[in-house]
Design a protein around this ligand. Structure first.
Ligand code: G6P
Length: 589
C-alpha cells in the first residue's frame, strides 16, 4: 500500500495535492511528501510523519501548477525523510512517486551505481528516476516507457520532468491508479476518494497501460506496443467514505476480503524467517509474547513448535512484563508479535527482556514502529494498513510468518523431514485460493449470523492448534457484537462450562480432519446432549472449509469465524469498525 497523487491545472498544486493525500492516508501514513514545479525547478518537500503534521511544517507558499505527491506505507527502508517519496535522479530533472514493490530493484540499482548514479535512500523506488535519467535523450515519454519496461514487480507511478512542465506521466501494473477529469485541470490518484471532492468523472488505468496527462488532455497508451487506447469515462456515484472502503460496507469486511493477500505477502518473508530460525536454534528457551489477537497467533506458534518437539511458552504482554521476565537470561529468545508495533505491554515486555540480555525478534506489520526499533531482528508481515479496530488480516499475516518460522526452526533442529516440510510449504501456497473459497461462501455465513444474532452467549471449542482459533473467534464476537463468548479447549468443557449449556446455546466447534477428530466428536456430543446448537467448522461442517494440512488449519479455519463475527455485529445494527471502549493501538498500560 501507499497513496500517490498528481495535479496539473491552474490552481496551486501543493495545496491540492495535500488535500488529496489526506484522503489517501488510509493507504499508508508513516511519511509523506510532495514535488512541484516552480520557477523552472522541481522542488521536493517530504518527511516522516502523518500528512497533516508534514503539511504544517512545509513551506508551500509558492505558486505551482504541476506536482505529484505520496503518502507512504514503508516496505523497503524504514520510515525516514530519505526514504519518503517523491524521489529524483542525480540532477533533479525527473521526480517520481511510486506505489508497489520493484522486485528486481537490487540488480537495477547495482547496474546504475556502476554507471555512477548516486542513491540517497534505501527504497526500491529510487531506481526509477535514475533509469529515466539513464534512458533520456531529449524525449521524456520515451525514456519513461523504457525505464518502466525494465521493472519487475508491481507499480503505480507518477513522474514529472523539469523540462516538460506541461505533463505528468503515469504507468500501472498491479497497483491501482486513476485519473480524475476536471475542467482545464486533471488529477491523478491511487484511488477514487482522493479526487471525489474535485470531480466525479474518472478513468481507471489498467495493467500495463501508461498515460500522458496534460491540463486539457489525457492520452492512454499500451505499454508494450505504444498504441493509443480509448478509455471509458466513468461517473462515480459513491461518497468519499464508501470509496475509501472500495465499495465494502466496512473496513473490517474489506480487510477480511484482503486475507488471501495478507497470506501471500507474509509468504514473501520466507528468507527472513529462515535467517531468524538459524539464530533461534542456539537458544535454550523460546518465549512468544503479544497482546489480544496477536497473542493467539503466539499460542498457535507454541503448539506448532510442540508438534516438532521444541518447547516454548506463549504469554500475554501484561503478564510477561511482570512475571515471566524474572526468569529470563541470555540463553532465552523472545519473539514479540504485534500488528501495530506500538502496544505498550508488548513493548515493555521486550524492554524488560533485553535488560535480562535475552535475544528479541519481533513479528510486526507496521514498518519502523517502536517495537521494530528495540528488537534485534524483525520479521515483517506486510499485511498493509489495517483500519478496523478488530484485527483480522494482520492475524493471518502473523500466523503465516510464524508458521514459516516454526517450520524453519524444526528443520534447523533436524526435527522435520524435508519431504514433509516441502509438502506443507506447497499447501501453504495454496491457502490464499482456499481462503477465497471460504469467502465465496459469504452468503451462507451471513444467513447463519441472522439466525444467531440474538443469542446471549456463545461457546467456541477447539483442540491443540485450534484452541487459539476458538479464542480468536470468541474475541471477535465479544469485541464487535458485545455478547459474552467463552472459548475453551474442547476437552475442558466437562470441567465446568458444561453447566452453562442449555437449549439453543450456540457451540462453535472447530474440527479439522486430524487425529483428534474423534475426540472432538465426543466433546460435541456432550454439548449436543444438552440441546446446545452445534455449529461445526470443518471440511464437511456447517461452516465449510477446503481440505488442508491440519498444521495449517488455524490460518484457514479462522476465516469463516471472522466473517461470522462481522455479520453478527452488522445484523445487530452495530458498527464493527469502531467497537465501544476499544482502541486499535493500546499504547497505555
Ligand atoms: C488492541 C486491538 C486488537 C489487537 C491488540 C494487539 O486490543 O483492538 O485488535 O489484537 O490491540 O495489538 P497489536 O497492534 O500489538 O497487534
Amino acid at each position: 500500500m501507499c497513496g500517490i497523487a498528481g495535479y496539473i491545472g491552474e490552481r496551486n498544486a501543493p495545496e491540492i495535492l495535500f488535500d488529496m493525500l489526506k484522503r489517501l492516508e488510509y493507504r499508508g501514513y508513516d511519511s509523506a511528501g510532495v514535488a512541484y514545479f516552480a520557477h523552472g525547478r522541481i522542488l521536493v518537500s517530504k518527511d516522516r510523519g502523518k500528512v497533516n503534521d508534514i503539511r504544517k511544517n512545509l513551506n508551500l507558499g509558492r505558486e505551482s501548477k504541476l506536482g505529484i505527491a505520496h503518502t507512504r506505507w514503508a516496505t523497503h527502508g524504514e520510515p525516514s525523510r530519505e526514504n519518503s517519496h517523491p524521489h529524483s535522479d542525480c540532477n533533479s530533472q525527473f521526480t517520481i512517486a511510486h506505489n508497489g514493490i520493484i522486485e528486481n530493484y537490487k540488480e537495477l540499482r547495482e547496474g546504475l551505481i556502476e554507471r555512477k548514479h548516486r542513491f540517497l535512500s534505501e527504497t526500491d523506488t529510487e531506481v526509477i528516476p535514475h533509469l529515466i535519467e539513464e534512458f533520456y535523450s531529449g524525449n521524456f515519454e520515451s525514456a519513461f516507457v523504457k525505464a518502466v519496461k525494465k521493472l519487475r514487480g508491481s507499480f503505480a507511478i507518477v513522474a514529472i520532468s523539469k523540462s516538460n512542465p506541461d505533463m505528468i506521466l503515469l504507468a500501472r501494473k498491479e497497483s491501482p491508479l486513476i485519473i480524475g477529469l476536471g475542467d482545464g485541470e486533471n488529477f491523478i490518484a491511487s484511488d477514487t476518494p482522493a479526487v471525489l471532492p474535485e470531480t466525479r468523472r474518472i478513468i481507471i488505468l489498467d495493467d500495463l497501460e501508461y498515460g500522458i496527462v496534460k491540463k486539457n488532455s489525457v492520452t492512454i497508451k499500451d505499454l508494450e506496443t505504444g498504441d493509443e487506447i480509448k478509455k471509458e469515462i466513468r461517473e462515480i456515484e459513491w461518497d468519499i467514505e464508501e470509496a475509501e472502503k472500495e465499495g465494502y460496507e466496512h473496513f473490517m469486511l474489506k480487510e477480511i476480503f484482503e486475507e488471501p493477500n495478507a497470506v501471500r505477502n507474509a509468504l514473501n518473508g520466507i528468507n527472513k524467517t529462515e535467517e531468524i530460525a538459524g539464530k533461534l536454534k542456539n537458544f535454550n528457551r523460546i518465549y512468544f509474547v503479544a497482546c489480544g489477537t496477536a497473542s493467539y497467533a503466539a499460542l498457535v506458534a507454541k503448539y506448532l513448535l510442540e508438534r516438532f518437539g521444541i518447547p516454548s511458552e506463549a504469554i500475554v504482554g501484561s503478564e510477561f512484563r511482570y512475571s515471566t521476565v524474572n526468569s529470563l537470561g541470555s540463553d532465552c529468545a523472545v519473539i514479540a508479535i504485534s500488528q501495530s508495533g506500538e502496544t505498550a505491554d508488548t513493548i515493555a515486555s521486550v524492554k524488560e527482556a533485553r535488560k535480562k540480555l535475552a535475544y528479541v525478534t519481533s513479528v510486526v506489520n507496521v514498518v519502523g514502529s517502536s517495537l521494530t526499533r528495540i528488537s534485534d531482528d524483525v520479521i515483517y508481515t506486510y499485511s498493509g494498513p489495517e483500519i478496523a479496530v478488530a484485527s483480522t488480516k494482520a492475524y493471518l499475516g502473523q500466523l503465516v510468518s510464524l508458521t514459516l518460522l516454526c517450520l524453519s526452526l524444526a528443520r534447523e533442529k533436524g526435527n522435520i523431514n524435508e519431504q514433509y516440510m516441502n509438502e506443507i510449504l506447497d499447501d501453504l501456497h495454496k491457502i490464499p485460493d482456499k481462503i477465497r473459497q471460504v469467502l465465496d461462501n459469504e452468503g451462507e455465513i451471513k444467513k447463519l449470523a441472522e439466525k444467531l444474532k440474538d443469542k446471549k452467549i456463545f461457546f467456541y471449542i477447539g483442540r491443540r492448534l485450534n484452541y487459539p482459533t476458538a479464542l480468536e473467534g470468541a474475541l471477535k464476537i465479544k469485541e464487535i457484537s458485545y455478547v459474552h463468548a467463552e472459548a475453551y479447549p474442547a476437552g475442558e468443557l466437562k470441567h465446568g462450562p458444561l453447566a452453562l449449556l442449555e437449549e439453543g446455546v450456540p457451540v462453535i466447534a472447530i474440527s479439522p480432519n486430524d487425529d483428534l477428530k474423534e475426540k472432538m466428536e465426543s466433546n460435541v456430543q456432550e454439548a449436543r446432549a444438552r440441546n446446545a446448537t452445534i455449529i461445526m467448522v470443518g471440511e464437511d461442517g456447517d461452516l465449510r472449509v477446503p481440505v488442508c494440512d491440519p498444521l495449517l488449519s488455524p490460518i484457514l479455519y479462522i476465516v469463516p469465524l471472522h466473517l461470522l463475527a462481522y455479520y453478527i455485529s452488522t445484523a445487530k445494527g452495530l458498527d464493527p469498525d469502531k467497537p465501544r471502549n476499544l482502541a486499535k493501538s493500546v499504547t497505555v498500560e
